[in-house]
Design a protein. Sequence first.
Lengths: 273, 299
Amino acid sequence: MRTGALLRLAVLTAFAGVFLFPFIYMLAFSIKPVDEIFSGSLSLVPGSWGGLRNFPDALRAEPLLRYLLNGVIVCAGILIFQLLFAVPCAYALAKLRFRGREVLFGIVIFGLLVPMQATALPIYLGLALSGLADTYTALIAPFTASVFAVFLFRQFFRTIPEDLLDAARLDGCSEASVMLRIVLPMTMPAATAFAIFSVVSHWNDLFWPIIAIRSPELNTPPLGILAFRSADAGDRYGELMAGTVIITAPLIIAFLMAQRRFIEGISLGALKG
Amino acid sequence: MSPKPPSASLPAHTRTAWAFVLPFFLVLSIFVLGPTLAVIGLSVSDWKLGETTITFVGLENYEELFGDRIFWNSARNTAVYTLMVVPVSVALGVWLAVLVEASRLGRTFFRSAIFLPVVSTTVAMAVVWEFLLHPTLGPVNTLIGYAGVPPQRFLSDAKIVLVTLAAIGVWETAGYVMVLVLAGLKSIPSDLYDAAAVDGAHRPWERFWTVTWPLLGPTMVFVTIIAMLRAIRVFETVAALTQGGPRRASEVVLFTIYQEGITYFRIGYASALTVVFLLVLLVLTAVQFRVLDRRAHYG
């Protein structure tokens, strides 16, 4: 049994090494001087500390902080509007009785089956025709109606006992304040998980930004790293690696600080496919 | 699907209800429902950006598509990529989940290390992979050199480029599968393992096949579909690493849609391709769900 446990540990360590391999080398190369990188050595520790200037050099070569800021603006914009539209809708679908409710929920289910990739072309044409292509609006607006959020919040709202809401209604609360004061606070775990799912997917997305954006100053983090690479012309790997460290750091640090919540949020996204 | 009717004491707040749902469905019509209809409409038209007229051309775009070597090449590449990524990452993910679950030491560390590629920005990590796989300077070639394997042009050799991309795909997907399976494993009652031990299942793999695997059935259905839908929609690594090359050896469907629609503005053709892609996704989801569901129940 003990050898079994040791074997398991060895296998897991080997796999952890494989999965972390690119991250380890990204960090190692980000602090290596160019001549050491080109020596082809596998050493992870730099021979001299001259490579530390890769970081300031990278920041000077490419407006990486601007790209990160764009990422924050876009992700925050998307999340805020998603919640603003989806929460009341989910509440009505879960807790209010009205004609057409089943039909509307059917539309939500249909929407779950349509991926962004299917609608991207007409959305792009529409934005281009209305002069909105290549703006923050183009990056944010197409994602503001999240059927997934409605689906998720509706499931969650349905578990909240009706008596609780009726008591508040008898006290003279309007539906809006029942939703905001009673239902919403109970939703925080689901909302946090959804927020993480939403931010991670939009922070990392390339397909839509590469279609919607032409101006370098609107680059999201993935577009920014591509711009940096093509500007780099291949001989400044140290700076490029420092750049990828800067671009990937925010999400990785957030993940390491709140692993459980991240895993919850991202596995939640699996419901959507 | 029959939702519990709200309690009878609730008056019919029809106006409130519509005020709550209307904004969402308005935006949904603009950005999901409308565009879905539009892409179908565009696929039977010859519309070009900037033109004010639009002509119905029937199935011409579809005929062109199905007669096009570029389309079949992309479809084949996407299928081959998916058939490599899904089985390997599902098998690996399940195996890692069982190992992590059984491991008392360092469980959180292993789980996070294996999950890290899932949260990391794919494009940025692709740039790192590009360097790791560099034909002359890359550490991967140095490493396989120790094993006596000659250096490979991982991303520019038409024979292996899809395998390389699939390997990166597995690296990105296995941790996701692992985490979903870990959640499934938690729901298996531990006394079932005790019962299996009483019945003579002592070795870990015996317990796996008698208890874990049958009870994991529904999770496996779910996980396989997720892995498949992710693999079929591969785009980031192709766009960042190969641009479909060399000589279209790694061109996948989404990259073709992007190139034909956005780069060359062949709207009708790209729309027809999009519709076919969407239908394939829907059919695969439905078929696979049925097949795997039956096996999960009676297997």
